[in-house]
Ligand binder design. Structure first.
Ligand code: SF4
Ligand code: SF4
Length: 449
């Protein structure tokens, strides 16, 4: 596979491989909404005692995927708006087998494993009852501060390969592409040993440049066409979830997430469950109010408001950034010994590798495009961000479409390297939404006629 674009970003605060146990929560706050899901149909009553793995609510627009109770507990429906609160949560997981009738697909949906799957091109939840043209399994996570696949599978290698075998049962002759960062690494060799003899697993190495692990980019590079059927994409934790459900008949209720970023003194992975109280995480990591918390990685995550009470069902990591509070004296003339720039124009380019301390400061660099071309160089989708920006600036949506704004995978790399700090990704997301809306309106009008 040939890769164009991507950027190897060296930022301080990446989570190490250590997995830390967190204190037991007495109360869980399960958000009824996450990035892809809206659990609008409540299946339990206020005051009801539930067991771990019971379905609390479902998302009717997403194949009725369920929000599961992570522990035996008592339901409170009206305590906090937007959440199901679970009180008196039992201390331990029972690891009980659950009798789930139905097909394998129904079990994945009902026991919480299907939530880890994506359609490679759209990023949405794929149809579990469809037959995919291929499955992409990625052990690579290149967004700084995100949970690492190697940490998740290093002590669960046999579960991982069993999960791959379970996935294979959904396919006939179609392949599973197993994406690894380095085919010669010890972990890749161990995985290779385990899947030896499984001709349906094809190992694929990707360069360690952010953006190259994006599922849509991978699908395109693998030559998998959107028009030829869906492509299921799943990360290491999803394969472990498949094993948990289909081999062990247990609901997926715990998750390993990362807590990283320059405001965390000891960036690590933690094992928790959906609904884990945000306050316990803040206390556990000694986070002051002078930080910004991002749900997800630094490029594609969402800023967490102060009102957030618990971890949602899709959270893969928290990125903590320090607020930039103090004014930098003559900041604009600083030579940049401790600041990285894609252009290499700061003194830091003489230092070699170092982990830059990222803050929330934009350092006053907002200005017009200077045609430096950096955004095009790094774009893993192979499009020309500055040109699209120019067209959007002039309200020329059709022209932006012609030069394939639709191929943008929303990785945020162009915004990161842009020396003018133009919010390119944000612009492109808004423009794509507008184009989709206009097309829908045209379709509706044509239908009426
Ligand atoms: S244009 Fe889209 S795909 Fe390309 S770098 Fe920017 S956000 Fe990423
Ligand atoms: S990186 Fe920013 S300044 Fe450079 S060409 Fe792209 S949009 Fe223009």
């Amino acid at each position: 596979m040939k890769f164009k674009g991507g950027y190897n970003i060296s930022l301080g605060g990446k989570p190490v491989g250590e997995v830390v146990a967190m204190p037991h929560p007495e109360v869980l706050y399960l958000p009824l909404q996450s990035r892809r899901f809206v659990f609008g149909e409540i299946c339990v009553e206020d005051g009801q005692r539930v067991n771990e793995g019971d379905v609390l609510a479902i998302d009717v627009n997403n194949y009725s995927v369920g929000l599961l109770a992570p522990r035996e507990s008592t339901v409170r429906l009206n305590q906090v708006e937007g959440y199901i609160v679970l009180e008196d949560a039992a201390r331990t997981v029972k690891h009980q087998e659950v009798k789930s009738e139905g097909t394998k697909q129904e079990k994945l949906l009902n026991l919480g494993a299907w939530q880890w799957f994506y359609d490679a091109y759209s990023g949405e939840l794929p149809n579990p009852f469809s037959s995919p043209q291929a499955i992409i399994v990625s052990t690579v996570s290149l967004e700084p501060f995100s949970a690492r696949g190697d940490v998740q599978i290093k002590d669960n290698l046999s579960n991982f390969t069993r999960g791959l075998e379970q996935l294979q049962s959904f396919l006939e002759y179609q392949p599973i592409y197993l994406v690894v960062p380095d085919i010669k690494s010890e972990l890749s060799k161990q995985i290779g040993e385990q899947v030896r003899g499984h001709a349906w697993v094809k190992m694929v190495e990707v360069p360690l440049r952010y953006g190259c692990d994006n599922f849509a980019v991978l699908a395109r590079r693998l030559g998998l066409k959107r028009s030829e059927g869906s492509i299921w994409a799943v990360r290491a934790e999803g394969v472990l979830a498949v094993d948990q459900v289909l081999t062990l008949s247990r609901p997926c209720i715990s998750r390993m997430i990362s807590v990283g970023g320059p405001a965390v003194s000891t960036p690590v992975h933690i094992e928790i469950m959906a609904g884990y109280p945000m306050q316990l995480i803040k206390d556990g990591f000694g986070l002051s109010s002078a930080v910004r918390i991002v749900n997800g990685g630094v490029f594609t995550g969402e800023l967490v408001g102060t009102e957030i009470k618990g971890i949602d069902t899709e959270c893969r990591g928290l990125t903590i950034l320090p607020e930039h509070e103090e004014r930098e004296f003559l900041g604009f003339v600083r030579p940049g010994w401790d600041r990285r720039s894609y252009s290499g124009c700061f003194l830091s380019s003489l230092r070699g590798e170092f982990g830059e301390r990222l803050t929330t400061a934009v350092r006053g660099e907002e200005r017009a495009c200077i045609s430096c071309n950096f955004c095009e160089e790094v774009c893993p989708a192979g499009i020309i961000p500055y040109l699209i920006h120019k067209y959007l600036y002039g309200d020329q949506l059709e022209e932006a479409e012609e030069i394939r704004i639709d191929l943008c995978v929303e990785c945020g790399l162009c915004s990161f390297v842009c020396p003018s700090k133009i919010e390119l990704m944000k612009e492109f997301i808004e423009a794509k939404d507008l184009i989709a809306k206009e097309k829908e309106e045209i379709r509706c009008e044509q239908e009426k006629k």
